[in-house]
Write a protein that binds this ligand. Structure first.
Ligand SMILES: *[C@@H]1O[C@H](CO)[C@@H](O)[C@H](O)[C@H]1NC(C)=O
Length: 435
């Protein structure tokens, strides 16, 4: 027994902690919900407080300059500009807001929503916005210090928390029907690997970090096919001879795979319900810019240990994730030993699978996602004195008109549910008196 514990502890030791975990300095007890709340408060407090109604009004007018990213939630109704829903990720955020409200009664709020997968850091240069302007963001590529306040990514079943709950339940039911002994003793992943050629708009090596991580994992799987069922559907890794990146070198396996991708390719579609045919699942950084990957949303409920490739990007619930408890953090050097430790030992696998399921049940369940949004709204209201301008008065049009007339004109529309439409949403015009 003692021997077994010792072996497990050795297996869980990493050369360095999981990068996002470094935010927890170890001076307070490890408490996931409290750490998520603390990070939310910290990220909101990074922006200057507004305390008077006059300051709040100026603040609202400054947000309205970015009307195509503006959300105004008033008396249970969501108002956006006529351009807001042009973006599919904006639409998913709107579905999140409306479905969350049905569960938790969201208070009035007003904010900018930024959909970029890297977070808010690119926002000032892209939009001419002031970096001191608060934004809600879906991820931060370089860790908690990036610009913005984290909210869930839009891919929890396209934003609708109730549909998400049903989808997660279906995945979990499929997983329950597959006892550990019956599963394939390997680590599963499917996705694409692409590349970003040199481009005047960005540092392509930095932008390729997710593709590099994916390619590292894919090549590891080619070297260790008995441990990793990790394959790409579309496989176009960067050609390092033509486009070298100094810190992202290739080994011999990777170099050979650039010439012939066949050993890592599997074009067949695998339904997420079948991921649980495997004993463990892997998450890898995103291909677009090396940030979060929507794949992870689905992995926590599979009754399987979750392996997270170590990278600095964070999402709203990451403060509660801990290596060896909710997941195993892996990189190219230690992925093989961690994979073997998770695959070979039924007890260890069960412990990690329970840790993963607790992530869903505590932070990602429909009620959890809804309650988190209410926490975000409450923090914004406190920090920016929003109650002084949003609460009171029963016709939202009065406030919308004052906003539309304060600065850059915004043509508002109300987002409403439309069960006859595939995305479940439509918009209705909001008639405002001329300024
Ligand atoms: C990679 O780039 C080198 C140098 O430009 C070139 O000779 C080679 O054909 C390229 N390989 C592939 C698979 O495109």
């Amino acid at each position: 027994m003692l021997r077994r514990v010792a072996v497990t502890l050795v297996a869980l030791a990493r050369a360095a902690p999981w990068t996002p975990e470094l935010a927890h300095d170890g001076t307070t007890p490890w408490d996931g919900p409290a750490m998520i709340r603390a990070e939310l408060k910290r990220s909101v407090a990074a922006y200057a407080a507004r305390t008077t109604a006059e300051e709040a009004r100026k603040y609202a007018a400054s947000l309205a300059r970015h009307g195509d990213q503006l959300c105004v939630f008033l008396r249970g109704r969501l108002f956006v500009s006529d351009k807001f829903l042009d973006q599919s990720k904006h639409k998913k955020h709107a579905a999140y807001v409306l479905s969350a409200h049905k569960r938790v009664a969201l208070p009035n709020a007003l904010y900018l929503f930024e959909k970029d997968s890297t977070g808010g850091d690119s926002w000032p240069a892209r939009t001419g916005g002031d970096p001191a302007t608060p934004l809600l963001v879906i991820s931060k590529k370089k860790g908690y210090g990036g610009l913005g306040v984290l909210v869930p990514n839009p891919f929890f079943e396209n934003g609708d928390v109730n549909k998400w709950g049903r989808a997660a339940k279906a995945l979990h039911e499929a997983a329950k029907a597959r006892p550990w002994e019956s599963r394939r003793a390997d680590v599963f992943w499917r996705g694409n690997v692409g590349n970003h050629a040199p481009n005047a708009d960005y540092d392509f090596c930095d932008r390729d970090s997710g593709n590099y991580a994916r390619f590292e994992a894919l090549s590891l799987a080619v070297d260790h096919p008995e441990t990793f069922d990790v394959k790409c559907q579309k496989c176009r890794p960067r050609n390092a001879s033509a486009f070298p990146c100094p810190t992202d070198a290739y080994d011999a396996t990777m170099a050979a795979l650039v010439d012939d991708a066949a050993p890592m390719r599997d074009e067949a579609w695998v339904d997420p319900r079948d991921y649980s045919a495997h004993r463990a699942v892997l998450n890898l950084p995103g291909t677009t810019a090396g940030g979060y990957s929507r794949n992870l949303n689905h992995l926590w409920v599979l009754k399987a240990p979750v392996l997270l490739w170590d990278a600095p990007f964070v999402e709203h619930y990451y403060p509660a994730l801990r290596h060896g408890d909710t997941h195993l953090a892996v990189d190219r050097r230690d992925a093989l030993s961690f994979a073997r430790s998770a695959l070979g030992d039924a007890r260890e696998a069960r412990r990690l699978a329970a840790g993963a399921m607790a992530v869903y049940e505590t932070y990602l369940c429909p009620q959890c996602l809804a309650a988190y949004l209410r926490d975000v709204y409450d923090e914004l209201r406190d920090r920016f004195a929003l109650a002084s301008i949003l609460d009171g008065g029963d016709d939202p049009r009065r406030f919308l008109r004052s906003l539309a007339c304060a600065g850059a004109p915004v043509a508002f529309r109300e987002v409403v549910e439309a069960s006859d439409r595939a995305d479940g949403l439509a918009t209705a015009p909001v008639d405002l008196d001329p300024c």
